[in-house]
Design a protein around this ligand. Structure first.
Ligand code: D6G
Length: 740
């Protein structure tokens, strides 16, 4: 019997990446050993697997540096239009493998690490996920950075360097328990702190009317310290920057107000200021109006806009002489894309800078602002829309509140001129919502302050246009533009196909539910508990227990998705039509050979269009059916009485079949399903698929049709239709690596 192949040998056998050059391998080994010695201060006797991961990460990073510096220099020389993607979330996952692939180094590293007696995949597994996102919105931002670099766009990602990303999910007795995600504990080899570019951000204070105009005074200052992470394009020498801000208390924080006796307390209180970048809010599709969150939103916007304007002023168009800075060319040189309303304050902040600091008149400043900003809407669910209470703005951002009032006044004046006497319309279209408390509707602010608005799938763009912001359809917003069909997807080169084999040998994977509940979200947690409880029963059943397993994969995250998605055969995408903006997993499953069972919602619609509806299992109500059902009235009980299978499921859950020790456990959930279900889930279906040949045909058709769902395609469309730039305008020459 021949000796089984090692993982390394298997990878070599199936490798389509070409043979590593011997010189590269020797160079990588040398650099690895050098980093182990000088950077990690370890030898092979005492080094841990984590030390080896870090030595490799630093080795790979070295290959980025020359290209990174060169790219940034090049942007100063050529002065292309710069694209700034503002997002409160960047769900990057791991960096090592992606970097090796994009630099064409993977084979050489694999060989070098093997020759050193180590295993590349084992080292890759040590890397912490950068989990600075909740789900689709954050992953979209990460894919977009990758695609912008791969298409040669002069782009920047701007966000917050949360000390704690999305919590780690543990399942204890079937219940979700959250643990803090201390992802920076061992250090982050990919980032570079830039204390030299620290910038002040102001909060609170009051507005003083002076003869020169309004002045925001008596503010509290927090410093924003940038950490830069390189974003390499795919084999094109481009390395862009993701700049994440971290909050630092100024050295005199709270000291001026106290005498020496309070010095210790003042130093301890620095934590308060630095809490701004402490933790990512784990709310996906839910608005929680906390002051700290509003501070995060302003923090990233204020630091980013100072940075953008500093760079513009040092460009040819901006003129280095501050007196002569001409903002005429600003929107030709600067694009700001708002990833949902979270960075919406960029609009009033840019107005404040242009009007109060740069002394432009209002009309000119407004023209520049609207031409610069564009907005991507991510949801139409009312509970997710950001509506900040006025009283919070009065206290935290008093000058911005005045500016928003002014924007609203001018906006409503235009509406009134177009629709005289239509006061209902004025109420509907106002940026300010009456009520107790009065609130600012951030989506309306974004729409009014942007030259382009888009959704994340065609159906979603249509819904945004026709249902959610119907006022956009009239002439009040001539600039409104919907970019139909905005997509994102992983590209196959970034997926781990090796995992497919491993998992498929063990399970027939049917991914039912990849769920992580926000810590305070009771019903989501109950659903997880129900899921694990069903697993307890099914997995121990004497008849099916050995043939069918119900497994909840805990702590779903980017690195787990990279293994699970290629391993899945069936992907359930069953949102109530009209509620899921796009979905992201749906496209990744399609690309990786899982068939979709889904409703006509989000990206499923275009997936069915591309692959042919007959190659998906489309079922359930369409948007029109949902609307009709809403009008007619939905009664879950009718379905319960009519469908015996449904009745059995509901009865078992409510009688404690899955929770024998606590028969009442799921009573609330059943009550919700039967009486208050907004998602109309009782409208369900059964299906069995028996023909494996047919299945394979469908899989092939799906994979073949999935090309549209690459984020490269999306970004090429954003570039042309929203930002007015051509992809690959900027061609970065090979790096001038310094010779040793
Ligand atoms: C990144 C890469 C580095 C560059 C720095 C500042 O850290 O080479 O000098 O960004 O770039 P700007 O913010 O001045 O564009």
């Amino acid at each position: 019997m021949s000796k089984p192949l090692t993982d390394h040998e298997k990878r070599k056998q199936i490798s389509v990446r070409g043979i590593a050059g011997l010189g590269d391998v020797a160079e990588i080994k040398k650099s690895f050993n050098r980093h182990l010695h000088f950077t990690l201060v370890k030898d092979r006797n005492v080094a841990t697997p984590r030390d080896y991961y870090f030595a490799l990460a630093h080795t790979v990073r070295d290959h980025l540096v020359g290209r990174w510096i060169r790219t940034q220099q090049y942007y100063y020389e050529k002065d292309p239009k710069r694209i700034h993607y503002l997002s409160l979330e960047f769900y990057m996952g791991r960096t090592l493998q992606n970097t090796m692939i994009n630099l064409g180094l993977q084979n050489a590293c694999d060989e070098a690490i093997y020759q050193l007696g180590l295993d590349l995949e084992e080292l890759e597994e040590i890397e912490e996920d950068a989990g600075l996102g909740n789900g689709g919105l954050g992953r979209l931002a990460a894919c977009f950075l990758d695609s912008m670099a791969s298409l040669g766009l002069a782009a920047y990602g701007y966000g917050i360097r949360y000390e704690f990303g999305i919590f780690n999910q543990k399942i204890t007795n079937g219940w979700q328990v959250e643990e803090a995600d201390d992802w920076l504990r061992y250090g982050n080899p990919w980032e570079k702190a830039r204390p030299e570019y620290m910038l002040p951000v102001h909060f609170y204070g009051r507005v003083e009317q002076t003869h020169e105009g309004p002045k925001w005074v008596d503010t509290q200052v927090v410093l924003a310290m940038p950490y830069d992470t390189p974003v390499p394009g795919y084999k094109n020498n481009t390395v862009n920057t993701m700049r994440l801000w971290s909050a630092k208390a100024p050295n005199d924080f709270n000291l001026q107000e106290f005498n020496v006796g309070d010095y210790i307390q003042a130093v301890l209180d620095r934590n308060l200021a630095e809490n701004i970048s402490r933790v990512l809010y784990p709310n996906d599709n839910f608005f929680e109006g906390k002051e700290l969150r509003l501070k995060q939103e302003y923090f990233v916007v204020a630091a980013t806009l100072q940075d953008i304007i500093r760079r513009f002023k040092s460009s040819k168009f901006g003129c280095r002489d501050p007196v002569r800075t001409s903002f005429e060319a600003f929107s030709e040189k600067v694009a700001i894309q708002l990833n949902d309303t979270h960075p919406a304050l960029a609009i009033p902040e840019l107005m404040r800078i242009l009007v109060d600091i740069e002394r432009l008149d209002w009309e000119k400043a407004w023209e520049i602002t609207t031409k610069t900003c564009a907005y991507t809407n991510h949801t139409v669910l009312p509970e997710a829309l950001e509506r900040w209470p006025i009283y919070m703005f009065e206290k935290l951002l008093p000058r911005h509140l005045q500016i928003i009032y002014e924007i609203n006044q001018r906006h409503l004046d235009r509406v009134a001129a177009l629709y005289p006497g239509d006061s209902d319309r004025l109420c509907r279209m106002s940026l300010i919502e009456e009520g107790n408390p009065k609130r600012i509707n951030m989506a309306h602010l974004c729409v009014v302050g942007s030259h382009a608005v888009n959704g994340v799938a065609r159906i979603h763009s249509d819904i945004v246009k026709t249902t959610e912001f119907p006022f956009l359809n009239n002439s009040i917003n001539e600039a409104f533009e919907s970019c139909a069909g905005q997509w994102e997807a992983f590209k196959s080169k970034r997926l781990r196909t090796t995992a497919l084999k491993v998992l498929k040998g063990i399970f027939c994977v049917v991914l039912h539910c990849l769920l992580q509940a926000a810590p305070g979200y009771h019903m989501a947690k109950m659903i997880i508990k129900l899921f694990t409880s069903v697993g307890e029963v099914v997995n121990h059943d004497p008849v099916v227990g050995d043939r069918l397993k119900v497994i909840f994969l805990e702590n779903y995250r980017v690195s787990l998705a990279e293994k699970v998605i290629p391993a899945a055969d069936l992907s359930e995408q069953i949102s109530t039509a009209g509620t899921e903006a796009s979905g992201t997993g749906n496209m990744k499953f399609m690309l990786n050979g899982a068939l979709t069972i889904g409703t006509m919602d989000g990206a499923n619609v275009e997936m069915a269009e591309e692959a042919g509806e007959e190659n998906l299992f489309i079922f359930g109500m369409r948007v029109e059916d949902v609307e009709a059902m809403d009008k007619k009235g939905y009664n879950a009980r009718e379905y319960y009485e009519r469908l015996p299978e449904l009745k059995q499921v509901i009865d078992q859950i409510s009688a404690g079949y899955f929770s024998p020790k606590e028969p009442e456990l799921f009573k609330d959930m059943v009550n919700m399903l039967m009486n208050h279900d907004r998602c109309l889930v009782s409208n369900f279906l059964f299906f069995i698929f028996k023909n494996p040949k047919e299945w394979t045909k469908k899989v092939i058709r799906n994979i073949a049709a999935s090309g549209k769902f690459s984020s490269d395609r999306t970004i090429a469309e954003y570039a042309r239709e929203i930002w007015g730039v051509e992809p690959s305008d900027v061609k970065i020459p090979p790096p001038n690596e310094p010779r040793e």
